[in-house]
Design a protein around this ligand. Structure first.
Ligand SMILES: [Zn+2]
Length: 486
């Protein structure tokens, strides 16, 4: 059995087979069908998501003997040659190894002698951002006046490094990472087609490890098949893939949340000496904290493709820390992750971020401290706070009220049928069933005064009355602002 079952198979041959890039393929198809093909395209996006593949399909679409057509026939000489990479008119150039001015000058010379009549000469330059400045200048000269049947497709993972003068002469398409569910679905289908048993949770690990790159996912699948001898299990995936282990992240951030910065640093050191790069730890940490945030906030819909065991760990941690602590830590780690990319000492950046996060947690107030005024700062304590409902009327009113309380109910009460219920009142536990009587009581201010003066009366009654008064207060704001003028 061939162990390269997956990677070799993934060669989308038509626009319809390209996964998850419809925003690109539909536009290209329309352009071809309407005869409005450009001379220069920039395909930007992460590696392994189909940029070069799409460039080849575009070449086929332009040069197919039945074409130009958005549905190349796949059987003519041109289509088969392009698919095999042997077509003389479709030249693939690796920008990383042909980055100098001489190569581009040479290209320019050859582009002048274009393909045979009616056919396009297509240059696909991969990793175009690697070209030197001089090479870009030479390239710009061709782009300014491209020969009639010459098209360029520039593929790059780093569009920011491509000069603006080049970009402005290209039609730019941004390729996306392939979403995990789409990728997992595809991999499951392919594995089934090959008769390879696959555990779904293993697929989710593969998808995450691939970072949205189909090429990476497929070669991981091939590695897994040869590693585990024909089937793909979660166990084999875990031991083979270099995903920063969930357990390690869980322990590291549990230490951070508990304010044990030293312990967190030890775990980081362990991860780094175990072979993970700072970047990998940063990425994995952000993903971990993001998932933790989702679990803490109850937004589990975003947790695609996560093994049950990991979800359980997240729930356990989320139960012990406040949402705010998770958010703060995520912010700190995210900005550190951005900083590591430009820093010459990325490890120091990550270490200080972990330490900051664990110190911050202490500063905010650890959840197991006894309740105190200080615990009002965002944290876990607020449940213990008394409700604000019992405070005198003006405090609960949304804005200063120029109208004395007594006058409010005296006004016309057209809104009696619809309880306006400002937030505070709606939340009041006493009010529940009392709404309809409140509306009927509107015309007579008397009971309100009774309750206000009868200070020895029952507390419950007072509270109901207060709620009613609050309700009255709220009515004129919304409905009688005009009537108040007289
Ligand atoms: Zn064809």
């Amino acid at each position: 059995m061939s162990y390269l079952v997956f990677a070799r198979k993934w060669r989308p041959q038509s626009f319809g087979e390209v996964l998850a890039q419809e925003h690109v393929t539909i536009t290209l198809r329309n352009a071809i069908d309407s005869g409005r093909t450009g001379h220069a395209y920039l395909f930007a996006g992460p590696r392994g998501v189909g940029k070069t593949t799409t460039a080849r399909i575009l070449a086929k679409a332009l040069n197919c003997e039945k074409g130009p057509t958005s549905e190349p026939c796949q059987v003519c000489e041109s289509c088969t040659r392009i698919a095999a990479g042997t077509d003389m008119d479709v030249l693939e150039i690796d920008g990383a190894s042909n980055r100098g001015i001489d190569e581009i000058r040479d290209l320019r010379e050859k582009a002048r002698y274009s393909a045979s009549a009616g056919r396009w000469k297509i240059y696909i330059i991969d990793e175009v951002h690697m070209l030197t400045r001089e090479a870009f200048n030479a390239l710009l000269k061709i782009l300014e006046e491209p020969p009639e049947f010459v098209a360029f497709v520039f593929a790059t993972t780093e569009p920011r490094k491509v000069p603006a003068t080049i970009i402005s002469r290209c039609q730019r398409f941004d390729f996306r990472r392939i979403p995990s569910p789409v990728m997992a679905e595809y991999l499951a289908r392919e594995a089934e087609g090959e008769g390879i048993p696959v555990e779904r949770e293993a697929l989710s690990l593969v998808c995450r490890a691939s970072g949205g790159s189909m090429r990476d996912a497929l070669s991981l699948m091939d590695q897994l098949v040869s590693f585990s001898g024909g089937s793909i299990t979660l166990e084999s995936a875990e031991s083979l893939l270099r995903v920063v282990e969930h357990d390690l992240l869980a322990s590291m951030f549990s230490a951070v949340f508990a304010g044990r910065g030293g312990e967190a640093l030890d775990m980081l050191a362990g991860a780094l000496s175990g072979g993970y790069s700072v970047e990998e730890v940063c990425d994995a940490s952000q993903e971990f904290l993001r998932n933790l945030m989702l679990v803490a906030a109850g937004g589990v819909a975003g947790l695609d493709e996560m093994p049950d065991r990991e979800a359980e760990t997240l729930r356990r941690i989320a139960g012990a820390v406040s949402d705010v602590a998770v958010l703060d830590t995520l912010r700190i780690i995210s900005s550190a992750a951005a900083e590591t990319r430009t820093s010459s000492l990325p490890r120091v950046v990550l270490e200080s971020a972990l330490l900051t996060a664990s110190e911050l947690r202490c500063a905010v107030g650890v959840s197991d401290l006894p309740p105190s005024p200080a615990s009002r700062v965002p944290g876990k304590a607020p449940q213990a706070q008394p409700r604000p409902v019992r405070q005198p009327g003006p405090a609960t009113a949304p804005a200063p009220d120029p109208v004395p309380e007594g006058r409010a109910p005296a006004g016309p009460a057209p809104s009696a049928g619809e309880p306006p219920a400002p937030e505070e009142d709606a939340a009041s536990p006493v009010q529940g069933g009392e709404d309809p009587p409140a509306a009927e009581a509107t015309p007579t201010p008397a009971p309100a005064e009774d309750a206000a003066s009868g200070q020895g009366g029952q507390d419950e009654e007072k509270e109901i009355t207060r709620s009613l008064l609050d309700l009255f207060d709220a009515v004129p704001y919304e409905n009688h602002s005009d009537g108040r003028q007289d």
